[in-house]
Write a protein that binds this ligand. Structure first.
Ligand SMILES: *Cc1c(COP(=O)(O)O)cnc(C)c1O
Length: 506
């Protein structure tokens, strides 16, 4: 039945929409005439009840839109179309409005195993950070005033103190994200002049972030040196001229050049920069404040290491391995950070009180590294022992196997990914549940899991839908099973177009 409005996501699993055959109504016009009026529908109990939950205006608007779509469908529909009774139609409309009124941004279960999934919001915040946001969000706060003097102060002062303490840098500031940090830094330091970058480090991080384009936008000129696989100190040295403003090193977060390769370490770049009086900027990407070797992550540069080597500016994201809110952090020498914060573009990239509160609360947890695994979600996920994951998988798999949409559910030992623009080669062990669907393809099942409440994001691996428990919080285990239980055993037409689950950047 070409009743598109009657089969949004909600109806896929229901068989409730079975309009009783009504004799005599077989032509298009009579069907149109049989559509109840807005006021008749609003009097109907399902919609009267809904007015108490969402506003009257939303319900009236929803009824009108639904009926408009219905009329359009009726006009293009086959002659045998039947109109449901008022009560039934009102119930469909009520369900549809509830479905439409859900926020587009809502919580999901991340069973992809990608710890820093950009599409799913990267790092979940620590409870302390959430509380700090709640405390400043609903009222006024000391954002730019010093309460002891009453004088105007800088909004990033508090986090800057924590950042310099934790990274040992002289000075620090915070902007909207690392892309902003890079753009602002290049603009303030090198607009109209040249910045030297190794050809092996001209990265793209997810479609919209390409270093050469950011460089162009900043007004600085890219001076590429070396080759894709090998760049030597002499290459940098030969490129320095009167137009050179800085040397930039970029962490090749999401790819590796392996084999016959050579990169110049940051300390050697710093020595060259000092000798030629050029600032050295280090974009370390994911902003690990401590070594993550204990979790099997070996290739992520530690911020304080870069500072110790003498980089004049170190740039990184707040919502990757730091485990905080989306922001871009710039740490470095007093004079260079000052140059950046006094640039007019700084104002256009500044962060709000919520970001600052969340970042400061997250950074405070780093003062006691023992507490990180307990308090910061990404560390909690990274630190979950294999035995714990295996236990949960063995407990949940038999329950999921009983769900009507599932033909089989088997525990499997596999690998999780760091994501967030980090290299996919990092080996993080995990346990997952491999699902085979009762009907349709694995891609269909993975699409249908996203229509659950809450939505479940999985990954397709080896002809199975994999639920990777590394990124599922234990408190979500029950909700995971209950959501899968709601899926029927038949493949119904999907209301949402099948989309790719995996993000390119992740
Ligand atoms: C992730 C990343 C960026 C972009 O950071 P955002 O915070 O997403 O803007 C820039 N450079 C490197 C090296 C990265 O890894």
């Amino acid at each position: 039945m070409p009743f598109s409005v009657l089969k949004p996501a909600l109806y896929r699993e229901t068989t409730r929409y079975r309009p009783a055959p009504r004799k005599g109504i077989s032509m298009n016009n009579p069907v149109l005439r049989s559509i109840p009026s807005v006021s008749e529908l609003l009097e109907s109990p399902p919609l009267r009840r809904l007015v108490d939950r969402v506003s009257h205006n939303v319900v009236v608007g929803g009824v009108r839109t639904f009926l408009d779509n219905l009329r359009r469908d009726v006009q293009s529909a086959a002659a045998e179309m039947k109109m449901p009774a008022v009560g039934e139609l009102a119930e469909k409309i009520a369900d549809w409005i509830v479905h439409e009124e859900r926020p587009t941004l809502r919580p999901v279960i991340n069973a992809t195993g990608i710890i820093l999934h950009t599409g799913l919001g990267r790092a979940p915040l620590a409870a302390d950070a959430v509380q700090a946001v709640a405390e400043v969000a609903s009222g006024y706060a000391t954002l730019e005033v010093d309460p002891t003097t009453g004088e105007r102060s800088q909004r990033t002062l508090g986090v800057a103190r924590l950042l310099t303490e934790l990274t040992r840098a002289e000075s620090a500031t915070v902007v909207n994200n690392n892309a902003a940090a890079t753009l602002l830094t290049l603009t303030a330091v090198a607009a109209g002049r040249e910045v030297i970058v190794s050809r092996g480090q001209l990265i793209e991080i997810g479609g919209s972030y390409r270093l050469p384009d950011v460089m162009t936008a900043s007004g600085a000129r890219l001076r590429e040196v070396g080759t894709t696989n090998k760049t030597r100190l002499s290459d940098y040295e030969a490129a320095i001229n009167s137009e050179t403003a800085a040397i930039l090193r970029v962490h090749t977060s999401n790819f590796r050049v392996v084999g016959f390769t050579e990169e110049v370490p940051i300390d050697e770049l710093v020595r060259l920069g000092r000798r030629r009086q050029l600032p050295v900027i280090d974009d370390v990407g994911s902003g690990a404040l401590i070594s993550l070797a204990a979790y099997g992550i070996h290739d992520e540069p530690v911020v304080s290491e870069s500072v110790r080597c003498g980089a004049d500016l170190v740039l990184f994201s707040g919502d990757k391995l730091l485990g905080g809110p989306q922001c871009g952090v710039i740490v470095g020498s007093q004079s260079m950070v000052q140059k950046i914060t006094s640039h007019p573009m700084m104002r256009a990239m500044r962060v709000d009180k919520c970001t600052l509160a969340a970042l400061a609360a997250t950074l405070r947890l780093y003062r006691d590294p023992q507490s990180l695994e307990r308090c910061v979600p990404i560390f909690q996920l990274l630190a979950t022992p294999m035995a714990n994951l295996k236990n949960r998988v063995e407990r949940l798999a038999p329950q999921i196997a009983l769900c009507p949409a599932i033909a089989s559910a088997d525990p499997v030992e596999t690998t999780s990914f760091l994501g967030g623009g980090a290299v996919p080669a990092q080996e993080i062990g995990t346990w997952g549940i491999a699902l085979a669907p009762k009907a349709g393809s694995v891609a269909d099942l993975s699409n249908r899991l996203r229509t659950c409440e809450p939505a479940i994001f999985s990954r397709v691996q080896k002809d199975r839908v994999l639920l990777d428990l590394r990124t599922v919080f234990p408190a979500q285990d029950i909700a995971l099973v209950q959501a899968i239980e709601t899926l029927g055993d038949k493949l119904q037409p999907a209301a949402t177009p099948p989309a790719k689950t995996e993000t390119k950047e992740s």
